[in-house]
Unconditional design. Structure first.
Length: 73
């Protein structure tokens, strides 16, 4: 039981870190320096992917299996 509790805590921490990363990065996309270094199309593509990840994150069950996956832009 203790192991299961630790897994829940780890999962909650990872979800929180991912959510924070998404919000921080989306906020940065509107900053002038980032707008100068990217096109509207690139920023929109990033926003769309982050939105998909955010939606997926909220759909996950608390006891969902943790998997590592790689996404390339």
């Amino acid at each position: 039981m203790r192991k299961k509790d630790m897994e829940k805590i780890k999962l909650a921490k990872v979800k929180n870190e991912l959510e924070s990363f998404i919000f921080d990065t989306q906020d940065k996309l509107y900053q002038e320096i980032y707008e100068k270094c990217s096109t509207d199309e690139e920023r929109e593509k990033i926003r769309t992917k982050f939105s998909e990840v955010s939606d997926w994150l909220y759909e996950q069950e608390e006891d969902a299996e943790r998997k590592v996956w790689k996404y390339e832009f």
